[in-house]
Design a protein around this ligand. Structure first.
Ligand code: NAD
Ligand code: TYD
Length: 354
């Protein structure tokens, strides 16, 4: 074993991919996750018998639990993925976003600072708090604006991005004011295995396989910058290992696509993979629906700092990453069934009026 990391939100999409990666690197992992609708223990079933993986169900906003985990397991780093993460849900019901993303992060910071101050000098010097955030804090770009850099002013537009911006500011302040060795990463849209199918790519994929409508908001021309989740996780490991405390690192795929392009690409790939499906051509399932209120038009991330200073490069192209993603969802039918529980179906019914 080579050190312990306290991961929060490790049963979610990106967190679980990160936990699996860090176990391969022989880190001991303590995973604190509240298991909201987005947390799924099946994401980490392969670690069930692993003595160096410890799962704890609980809230980052519970100071006594967080304090006890820090004291008991003595981690060398805290990596904070725990969040409410879906923009549409934040529009329907912002409160849990304020509670977990802002208040929860504040409480986690407070406990971590207390722990950090109790560490002996050598270990304190190596300790890191890594806060995983989003490019959405920078707001929306016009068609010919340059991509977001780490110096782009924050201009969040949704309750989700506003709550993430609030948490980023608190993390920054805990570094600046109290000396907590914190780092922030702001990443673009992720896709890949284990993503809850309320987000565009898995929602489209699973609906298409079942011959259900593929909802595209507005005119379908909003642009996102897509990154395969394992490339994100590799960047996080690098930032933990070599990043400079107090620094922010943008992470992105340099892969801008309109939503309609994404949906059409998925349809064409499924036509090839399943030519015998009664739903071919899958593109006939595309349905334009009412736009999301306040829908950001374009995101694009300039990640040259990460490339220049830490030597990171994305390994997957959009084509290879999407191929891996489709295969994963087609092979993991038990996982797919498990997320199609009552809670998921209720959300789909409320959101799309089915
Ligand atoms: P997710 O919704 O799949 O997972 C979030 C996890 O946090 C779930 O397991 C959930 O149970 C847990 N959680 C929620 N509230 C909690 C609480 N109070 N205490 C403990 N655990 C709690 O999210 P994700 O897509 O994996 O995103 C992880 C992080 O990365 C988030 O902070 C998000 O803002 C950020 N991010 C996501 C993307 C993306 O494209 N998905 C891109 C950039 C940044
Ligand atoms: P999403 O996956 O929710 O990520 P985010 O809003 O955080 O970028 O959405 C990605 C894009 O896809 C966004 O522009 C909204 C759009 N979208 C649809 O067109 N239809 C859908 O059903 C969903 C969930 C998203």
């Amino acid at each position: 074993m080579s050190g312990t990391i306290l991961v929060t939100g490790g049963a979610g999409f990106i967190g679980s991919n990160f936990v699996l990666r860090e176990r391969l690197e022989k880190k001991r992992i303590v995973n604190l996750d509240l298991l909201t609708y987005a947390g799924n223990l099946l994401n980490l079933h392969e670690l069930n018998d692993d003595p160096d993986y410890i799962f704890v169900k609980g809230d980052i906003g519970d100071p006594s639990l967080v304090g006890k985990l820090l004291d008991d397991y003595q981690p060398e780093a805290v990596v904070n993925f725990a969040a409410e993460s879906h923009v549409d849900r934040s529009i329907e019901s912002p409160e849990s976003f304020v509670q977990t993303n802002i208040v929860g992060t504040y409480k986690l910071l407070e406990e971590t600072l207390g722990y950090f101050r109790r560490l002996p000098a050598g270990r304190a010097e190596r300790f890191r708090f890594l806060h995983v955030s989003t490019d959405e804090v920078y707001g929306s770009l016009g068609p010919s604006d340059p991509a977001f850099t780490e110096n782009t002013p924050y201009a969040p537009n949704s309750p989700y991005s506003a709550s993430k911006a609030g948490s980023d500011h608190l993390v920054r302040a805990y570094h600046h004011t109290f000396g907590l060795p914190a780092l922030i990463t702001n990443c673009s849209n992720n896709y890949g295995p284990r993503q809850f199918p309320e987000k565009l790519i898995p929602l489209t994929l699973l609906n298409a396989l079942e011959g259900r409508p593929l909802p595209v908001y507005g005119d379908g021309l909003n642009i996102r910058d897509w990154l395969y989740v394992e490339d994100h996780c590799r960047a996080l490991s690098l930032v933990l290992e070599k990043g400079k405390p107090g620094q922010t690192y943008n992470i992105g795929g340099s892969c801008e696509k309109t939503n309609i392009e994404i949906v059409k690409t998925l349809c064409a790939l499924l036509d090839e993979i399943a030519p015998q499906s009664p739903h071919v051509p899958h593109s006939s399932l595309i349905t334009f629906v009412k736009d999301r209120p306040g829908h950001d038009r374009r995101y694009a991330v300039d990640c040259s700092r990460l490339e220049r200073e830490l030597g990171w490069r994305a390994k997957e192209t959009f084509e290879t990453g999407l191929g891996k993603t489709i295969r994963w969802y087609m092979e993991n039918t038990q996982w797919v069934q498990s997320v199609k529980s009552g809670a998921y179906r209720n959300w789909i019914a409320r959101q799309y009026g089915e």
